[in-house]
Design a protein around this ligand. Structure first.
Ligand SMILES: Cc1ncc(COP(=O)(O)O)c(C=O)c1O
Length: 454
C-alpha cells in the first residue's frame, strides 16, 4: 500500500530529489524514518522549520485559537489574530513597514506586493506603469506570475509566453567577476544595468524592481553588496520605480528580522516575508509596505484582491506564537552567532575539499558553491550531478542537505545551508562532520569519474 502511494507521489517531484526518505517523526532539527534512520537537517526543510518541530507554544496557540474560532472570512470580517499578527510583524519590521498584508506562501505574497503597488500607481494616475524588472539569476516563486519574474532560462524555454516575463538585468554576483570587474566596480556596473533597462523601457512604464537582498537557491546565498543596494535605491528614487525586496527566504535568518535592516539607507518600498513566518506549522506569508503608501490607497481606490485563506485565524495564531518564540529565545541573534560559527567551519572544509569554490551568505543563510576546478572557478557539467551526488551520499551519512543547479548551471551549482534558528554549536559540529565525510566520499567518486580537477 505504502509503495503504491509513494509511487504515485514521486511523479510530482523533480527526478533530482529522488530518493526522498519516508519521515514519520521529527524532533527539533532531527528527522526519523520508519526504519529507524535519523537525519540532521541542514536546510530546515527549505529554510522554513526555524524553531524546529513540535514546539508546544505554537501547537497550543493553534489549538486554543481553533477552540475559539477556526475560520472567519477576511474579506467580510475582522478578527484579533489577524490584527495581532500584522501589528507584531509591523513592529519587528520597523519604520517603513507599518502596514502588513497576509498571504499563504511566498509566491502569492510576492504577487500581492506587486499587485498592490500596481494599484498604488494606477490610483495615482500613472496607468502605464506595468513593467517589472528583476534579476538574472533569481527565484521568485512557482506561480505563472512569479515564474515570469524568476531569472531562470529553463522556465523561459519551457513555458514561454504562458508567463509574463519581466525584463531581466544581471544579478550582482560576487564570486565570478562580472564583465571583467570585481568588488564595488562590479556592483556599480550591475546597478547601471538596472538604470539602462529603466531608461530603455521608459520610466513611465516601469512599476517595480524586485530582487533578493540575500539570494536563495538561484544564487547560492549571494549577498548583494552594500554599494549595489545603495545604487539601486537611488536609481529607483530617480525614476519613480518601486523597489521590492523578496525576503521570502532571507527574513529572520540573516541575523536581523529583515535583511533590509542591515542597510536602512537602501530600504525598499515593499518587503515580502514567508517561509520562517509560519515556520512549518502553517502556510503563512506577508507583504509589508510604508504607512503613507497604504493609507493613501485606502482613501482612494482601496485594494480588492485577496485569497480565501488569507489571514485565517489558526495561521495567524501560529504566526504570533512563532514570533514570540523567536523574540523570547533570541533566535535571530542566535542565527547571527551560529551563522558565523557554521560559516567558519565551512571555510575550514573549503581548505580540505577542492570541490568547494566559495562559501558565502549571511547568518544562517549560507551557500557553498561546487566547482570542478577551483583555480578556474569552473562549474561542474550537468552530467556530473555534483549537488545530487552530495545530497544522496549525505543521506547515507544521516544528513539532509539540498543543492541546486538552476539556469542549466550557467551561474554555478550550490549547496544551501539554512538550518533551523534553534541550532546549537553541538548540532553544527555534527552537521559539519557529516558533511566532511560526505565531501570526502563524493570527492573520491567525482575523481573516479573524471569530473574533478586537483
Ligand atoms: C526567494 C524566494 N522567493 C519566493 C519563493 C516562493 O515561495 P513559496 O514556495 O512559498 O511560494 C521562494 C521559495 O523558495 C524563495 O526562495
Amino acid at each position: 500500500m505504502r509503495a503504491e502511494l509513494g509511487h504515485h507521489q514521486e511523479a510530482f517531484y523533480s527526478k533530482s530529489s529522488i530518493p526522498r526518505p519516508h519521515i514519520v517523526r521529527a524532533e527539533g532539527l532531527r528527522y526519523f524514518t520508519d526504519d529507524g534512520t535519523v537525519y540532521i537537517d541542514a536546510n530546515a526543510g527549505a529554510a522554513v522549520a526555524n524553531i524546529g518541530s513540535g514546539n508546544k507554544r505554537v501547537l497550543n496557540a493553534m489549538v486554543d485559537q481553533g477552540r475559539k474560532m477556526t475560520f472567519s472570512y477576511v474579506r467580510f470580517s475582522r478578527h484579533d489574530p489577524n490584527l495581532e499578527l500584522t501589528a507584531r510583524i509591523a513592529e519587528l519590521a520597523g519604520p517603513g513597514f507599518e502596514r502588513v498584508h497576509l498571504a499563504n506562501d511566498g509566491s502569492e505574497a510576492n504577487e500581492m506586493a506587486i499587485k498592490f503597488l500596481r494599484n498604488c500607481a494606477y490610483a495615482a494616475g500613472r496607468p502605464a506603469k506595468r513593467k517589472v524588472i528583476s534579476l538574472s539569476p533569481s527565484y521568485h516563486g512557482g506561480t505563472l506570475g512569479t515564474m515570469g519574474w524568476t531569472g531562470d532560462s529553463e522556465y523561459t524555454a519551457k513555458y514561454g509566453d504562458m508567463m509574463v516575463p519581466s525584463t531581466k538585468v544581471p544579478a550582482p554576483l560576487t564570486y565570478r567577476p562580472m564583465n571583467g570587474l570585481s568588488g564595488s566596480e562590479a556592483a556599480l556596473w550591475a546597478a547601471q544595468q538596472l538604470e539602462e533597462a529603466i531608461l530603455e523601457l521608459g520610466p513611465e512604464n516601469v512599476l517595480a524592481f524586485i530582487m533578493e537582498p540575500v539570494g536563495g537557491t538561484a544564487t547560492g546565498a549571494n549577498v548583494a553588496p552594500p554599494a549595489y543596494l545603495r545604487a539601486v535605491r537611488e536609481i529607483c528614487n530617480r525614476h519613480g520605480v518601486y523597489l521590492v525586496f523578496d525576503e521570502v527566504m532571507s527574513a529572520t535568518r540573516t541575523g536581523a528580522f529583515l535583511a533590509a535592516h542591515h542597510q536602512p539607507e537602501a530600504r525598499p518600498d515593499a518587503v515580502v516575508i514567508a517561509k520562517g513566518l509560519g515556520a512549518g506549522y502553517v502556510p503563512l506569508a506577508a507583504a509589508a509596505f510604508p504607512r503613507e503608501l497604504v493609507d493613501t490607497l485606502t482613501q482612494t481606490s482601496g485594494f480588492d484582491l485577496s485569497h480565501t485563506y488569507n489571514a485565517n485565524p489558526i495561521s495567524c495564531a501560529a504566526g504570533c506564537a512563532v514570533l514570540d518564540e523567536m523574540v523570547d529565545h533570541h533566535l535571530i541573534e542566535n542565527g547571527a552567532q551560529m551563522g558565523d560559527l557554521l560559516k567558519a567551519r565551512l571555510d575550514e572544509l573549503a581548505t580540505r575539499w577542492p570541490m568547494i569554490g566559495d562559501v558565502r551568505g549571511k547568518g544562517l543563510m549560507l551557500g557553498v558553491e561546487l566547482v570542478s576546478d577551483r583555480d578556474a572557478k569552473t562549474a561542474f557539467p550537468g552530467a556530473a550531478d555534483a549537488s545530487g551526488r552530495v545530497r544522496r551520499v549525505a543521506m547515507r551519512n544521516g544528513l539532509l542537505i539540498g543543492g541546486r543547479r538552476l539556469n542549466g548551471g550557467a551561474f554555478g551549482e550550490f549547496l544551501m545551508l539554512t538550518p533551523a534558528l534553534i541550532i546549537t554549536p553541538d548540532d553544527i559540529e555534527e552537521m559539519v562532520q557529516r558533511l566532511d565525510l560526505t565531501l570526502k566520499q563524493v570527492t573520491e567518486n567525482l575523481h573516479a569519474d573524471g569530473f574533478l580537477k586537483g
